[in-house]
Design a protein around this ligand. Structure first.
Ligand code: GAL
Length: 430
């Protein structure tokens, strides 16, 4: 019987494990990566191909190049936020027996998919050699472990339930940027004011960004237990509270930009807020990296707040890196994983990426105010698992639900989406 890596209750414990450490060094960092005699190319597969995400990857590669000058980083990134293109390209390469040296995978159900398919090497001795178990919270390592074997090295922790707002647009609509709405109804009332002021209330892009909006409307409407229950079978997808949540999602969509399906990815939607064409964008906190790198000032140009109705909840996702079975340069891959897991690698990468380090010895003193607030929130909030980013459900479930959510964007048929989501859950929930 396999053990599914849901990060729901477990990640709550992880939050506790990080409490008090503030994400900064309470214990001395282990010394730098062990010397490696590995040479040659290290092909690393991600979807951090452009914009602020590439800046984050480049920061990590900079540390890698210093740590391992004999190795050459080979960037195999495939563009498309949330791995919207990359995951299927990777699946085909793995199936064809042509794996990269390391690939990005979300901690949780998505990682479990690769483990079940026996596509990943056990990294337990790598963890022991690099004393990694001491540098990550035990509860997180437990979540990367199946039958006593650890399968990936987490690089960061992101939050999906953040609303980013244009301060000026809010003020001009008569809203106080310092007082965000506390629930969905109040948020919709604010969006009516923004609409009346002639701006797009809510920016969103194509399919996965709509799934991310959907998950956070579900979380806001159903609460933590109701939301968690959608993935473990305890919440009835056919119930009246889910109908109400889907109706709220329909209302949220009614405030969005009409060209949403033609926006290729998350960045153009966030850009609408940056440019003052739209008031809000519900987006994971990789958006913080974009605002910062575009020279925008928090509190002056933009503000952020938890999705209304989800205060005190951290909708969690984490990227991690693997050693695939059959990797052409496994020693080179281990060098990469050493940098990924190191305090120095995590400080450089996360500072540029908008996320917070998974390595609790990483220094975060020079992180942004947003990131410092995320570190604090992660230590005290209730933690739930993101649907759109591989934490809550396996890829096959996510793909099927994403198709239904996309279709709903066109027809707005609440009953059809609810029936289809219920049928999908019945197929996959265990
Ligand atoms: C997530 C990933 C993040 C970020 C985001 C947008 O799935 O975990 O690191 O890349 O997609 O592309």
């Amino acid at each position: 019987m396999r053990r599914r890596l849901t990060l729901v209750a477990a990640a709550a414990a992880l939050g506790l494990a990080l409490a008090g450490c503030g994400g900064a060094a309470d214990t001395p960092a282990e010394s730098a990566a062990p010397p490696s005699e590995a040479t040659g190319n290290v092909g690393v597969f991600t979807w951090w191909a452009d914009g602020s995400e590439k800046v984050g990857l480049d920061a990590l590669v900079g540390v890698f190049n210093t740590d391992f000058p004999k190795l050459t980083f080979d960037n195999l990134a495939v563009a498309g936020g949330a791995g919207s293109q990359a995951k299927s390209v990777l699946a085909a390469q793995l199936k064809a027996g042509n794996p990269p040296d390391s690939f990005q995978a979300h901690a949780g159900a998505e990682l479990q998919d690769y483990i079940d398919a026996e596509q990943l090497e056990d990294l337990s001795s790598f963890y022991a050699d690099n004393k990694l178990t001491e540098q990550f919270p035990k509860d997180l390592v437990d979540r990367l472990t199946v039958d006593g074997k650890i399968y990936s090295v987490p690089s960061n922790i992101h939050r999906s339930n953040v609303v980013w707002a244009n301060v000026d647009v809010l003020k001009k609509a008569g809203l106080d940027p310092a007082k965000p709405a506390e629930n969905l109804d109040a948020w919709f009332a604010d969006m009516d004011k923004i609409k009346a002021a002639g701006k797009t209330p809510l920016a969103v892009a194509g399919s996965w960004t709509q799934v991310q909006l959907f998950e956070n409307v579900l979380l806001s409407s159903l609460g933590v237990d109701g939301y968690n229950g959608l993935w473990d079978g305890k919440t009835d997808w056919k119930g009246a509270d889910v109908t109400k949540a889907i109706e709220a999602y329909k209302k949220a969509l009614s405030y969005t930009n009409s060209d949403r399906d033609s926006l290729s990815d998350w960045a153009p939607a966030t850009q609408l807020v940056e440019d003052g064409a739209a008031a809000y964008n519900l987006m994971g906190d990789w958006a913080e990296a974009k605002f910062a790198q575009d020279g925008k000032k928090a509190g002056v140009d933009y503000s952020y707040f938890p999705m209304p109705g989800t205060q005190g909840v951290f909708n969690f996702l984490a990227d991690s890196f693997t050693l695939p079975v059959g990797a052409p340069n496994p020693d080179g891959a281990k060098a990469w994983l050493t940098t990924v897991g190191s305090a120095e690698g995590q400080s450089a990468f996360n500072k540029a990426k908008g996320s917070i380090p998974a390595n609790i010895t990483a220094k975060t003193d020079d992180f942004s105010e947003y990131q410092k607030s995320a570190i604090k929130d992660f230590s005290q909030d209730k933690i739930v698992s993101s649907l759109a980013h591989g934490a809550a459900v396996p890829v096959a479930w996510l793909n099927e639900l994403s198709t239904a959510v996309s279709k709903f964007g066109g027809d707005g048929n609440v009953a059809t989406l609810q029936e289809s989501a219920a049928a999908t859950a019945a197929k996959f929930a265990q």
